[in-house]
Structure formats: structure tokens, C-alpha cells
Design a protein around this ligand. Structure first.
Ligand SMILES: C[S@@+](CC[C@H](N)C(=O)[O-])C[C@H]1O[C@@H](n2cnc3c(N)ncnc32)[C@H](O)[C@@H]1O
Ligand SMILES: *[C@@H]1O[C@H](CO)[C@@H](O)[C@H](O)[C@H]1NC(C)=O
Length: 340
């Protein structure tokens, strides 16, 4: 019974059955619409969207996860993953430079909120007075991007895989991008990029877990905050504090855009014994950490910070390695929350 349960062939056959049964019931397709309707087509594309999971699929993933998460990293050894998180990521960028992450091509299709619609160079800059009126702590008298009418903050920007596509798009508008990461190397690479332009962008080293560290702009001055594959690398106990604090920098009506790893993504199932730190939180071989979210957790995280849900969905896909004839189930959570 055990071998049949964990038999990948069984899992695949169940999947084919499910695909066959679900053809009359196509989901709406906000995240791309490559829907697998004929199982024979599976190796025709690299990725299939909106893959439905049956209860059995979820149960299979849960058991697989349980199998290797039962053995935890001892608590006294866990300390370094949180304390030295910046050093781990520093090493990561020393090693990979800008070769690891790809540009985020889906960015504007999924997050059109990043586009400063109707904001041209002719619009009036935000009045300094109206900003000052709202400030309740000491802020820099003059700061980068202070005359912009639309401000984006990307946290954990890495080497700028989102920043540079954004800069390209907002050129000629009155928008401005702030981006930070706690890796010095990553920020160096952002600044050395040929498209880095200080008239549109300010990048700086900043640890979003560091509660006392100020941002170089006032509270309630940001229109959009972007966090892609960043909150997952933070200790689950710190996440709420981080989201609360970041939200104080959003203007009223400003939006928080989030995309990250989802519960039972293939990469979670593949963790070997002894890498689990706590429920759904793991350390990778290189010392960086990763958490796998459910959309319910994401909902709570952002609504607890006083934001209102605009979108919150699980993006489930099949990633196909056509060469090796391997099918992989991927799960991401994508969400938008507004400050009212
Ligand atoms: C998986 S990478 C994603 C990078 C980038 N957002 C992208 O999508 O390509 C996670 C990034 O978050 C950064 N990071 C993790 N914890 C952070 C923290 N506490 N403060 C600032 N940056 C952090 C890491 O240095 C790394 O660049
Ligand atoms: C679980 O861990 C064992 C031992 O580290 C490994 O051999 C096995 O492949 C792992 N299982 C999965 C699903 O990755």
C-alpha cells in the first residue's frame, strides 16, 4: 500500500484521469490560459496553467512533505539561519552575481498597478506641505524621489530583475522607484547596471527585519510596494511585523503586491530530511531559507496589517521538462492588498 501511494506513476495516472474529467470545467484564466485539455498534449508545452488538484493530490503532497519534515534542525543550530540571513544571501550573490534569477516577464501583466497611468511629466508634483502634514516622525528634509507623483518601493529587489523592467516602462513619466535589499553585493550590482538612473531610481541596502532602520522617504508616501519571493526568506515569526511596518509607508489607496512560493510546491516536496526549521519553513543547502504560504495565511498576514484584499490566489501549474519527460507541480501565491 505504501509503495503504491508514493508511486509517481500512480500520481501521474491520477493526474491524467483528473485532466480528462475536468475538460468541461475550464477555470477563468487571469494568469495565462494555457489549459491542458488533452492529456496527449502534455509534452507540447513547458508549462500548463490552472491545474486543478484533487483531494488525493493534496493528500499525496501532504504525506510527501510530512515524510521529510518530521526531522527538524535542532533549535540551537537554527539560530544562525535567522541571525546570519544577510550573510547567507551575500554569499549567494558573491557566487551567482546576476546569473541566477531571470527578469520577471509576467510583472506588468499580473501587476498593472505598477504602471503610473496618466502620470506624465506635466502633472503637478506632490506638494511637500501635504506630505509633511501627515508625518508623525522625523523625516529627511529632502529625499530622493520627493517630486515624483507615483512612487514604487521594491523590497528584497536582489539584482533588479523587476526594477529594470519597471524603469524601462516608467521612463518619461513622473514615477520613481525605490529598491532595497540587505545584500550589499546585490545593491552594488543594481547600481552598476547600465540602465540604473538616479533620476528615476534610488537603491539602498536595508534589512526589512531591522525595525529601527529608517527608509529614505516619509511615511504614507508610497503608491505601490512590491515583494516577490522575499517574505518567504524571512522567519515566519518576523513576517507580521515586517508587513505591518512596510504598510505604514503606503499612501491611503496604495497597494501591496505580493508573489511567493505556495504550499506543496514541488520544491517543498523535494526537501531532504533534516532541512526543516519549523512548519513549512526550510533551510536550503546554501543557508538561505524558504517558507511555503497558503493563501489563507497571506490573507491574514495582510489584513492583520490593516489592508484590504483585492486579489489573493493560488497559481497552480504543471511545469514540463520535455527533454527528460518529467512533469512538475508548481504552486505560487499571488496577492494584492490595498490600504484604505
Ligand atoms: C529569492 S530572492 C528574490 C529576489 C528578487 N525579488 C527577484 O524576484 O528576483 C530573495 C531576496 O530577498 C532578499 N532578502 C531576504 N531577506 C531580506 C531582508 N530581511 N531584508 C532585505 N532583503 C532581504 C535577499 O537578499 C534576496 O535578494
Ligand atoms: C527524503 O529524504 C531522504 C533522505 O534524506 C531522501 O532520500 C528522499 O529522496 C527524500 N524524499 C523526497 C521526497 O525528497
Amino acid at each position: 500500500c505504501k509503495t503504491w501511494r508514493s508511486n509517481p506513476l500512480r500520481s501521474f495516472m491520477l493526474f491524467l484521469l483528473k485532466v480528462k474529467n475536468s475538460t468541461g470545467n475550464k477555470p477563468v484564466a487571469p494568469l495565462g490560459s494555457r489549459i491542458l485539455t488533452n492529456p496527449n498534449d502534455i509534452y507540447k508545452h513547458n508549462m500548463w496553467d490552472h491545474v486543478q488538484w484533487t483531494e488525493e493530490d493534496t493528500e499525496f503532497a501532504r504525506l510527501k512533505t510530512e515524510e521529510n519534515s518530521s526531522e527538524r534542525v535542532p533549535l540551537n543550530e537554527q539560530v544562525i539561519f535567522d541571525r546570519d540571513a544577510d550573510k547567507m544571501w551575500e554569499k549567494f550573490y558573491e557566487m551567482h552575481h546576476n546569473k541566477f534569477f531571470k527578469n520577471r516577464k509576467w510583472l506588468f501583466a499580473e501587476f498593472p498597478e505598477l504602471l503610473p497611468l496618466g502620470q506624465s511629466r506635466t502633472t503637478q508634483p506632490t506638494s511637500r506641505l501635504s506630505l509633511e502634514k501627515h508625518q508623525d516622525n522625523i523625516q529627511p528634509a529632502s529625499y530622493p524621489g520627493e517630486y515624483a507623483t507615483f512612487r514604487i518601493l521594491e523590497v528584497g529587489c536582489g539584482v533588479g530583475n523587476s526594477v529594470f523592467p519597471i524603469l524601462k516602462t516608467i521612463k518619461g513619466t513622473d514615477a520613481f522607484v525605490y529598491c532595497c535589499d540587505f545584500s550589499l553585493k546585490a545593491i552594488e550590482l543594481v547600481k552598476a547596471h547600465p540602465d540604473y538612473d538616479t533620476s528615476m531610481c534610488h537603491s539602498f541596502v536595508h534589512d526589512i527585519c531591522e525595525e529601527a532602520a529608517p527608509f529614505p522617504f516619509p511615511l504614507r508616501s508610497v503608491d505601490a510596494i512590491l515583494a516577490v519571493f522575499v517574505l518567504s526568506s524571512i522567519h515566519p515569526e518576523r513576517m507580521q511585523g515586517v508587513v505591518n511596518r512596510l504598510s505604514t509607508y503606503l499612501k491611503h489607496g496604495g497597494i501591496f503586491l505580493f508573489r511567493d512560493y505556495g504550499r506543496y510546491d514541488l520544491s517543498q516536496l523535494r526537501f531532504k530530511k533534516g532541512r526543516c526549521l519549523s512548519e513549512n519553513f526550510y533551510s536550503r543547502g546554501d543557508g538561505t531559507c524558504v517558507y511555503y504560504f497558503t493563501k489563507e495565511e497571506v490573507h491574514n498576514l495582510f489584513t492583520n496589517a490593516g489592508l484590504e484584499e483585492i486579489q489573493n490566489l493560488e497559481d497552480r501549474r504543471l511545469q514540463v521538462n520535455r527533454g527528460k519527460k518529467v512533469v512538475m507541480r508548481r504552486v505560487w501565491v499571488q496577492s494584492k492588498f490595498r490600504k484604505t
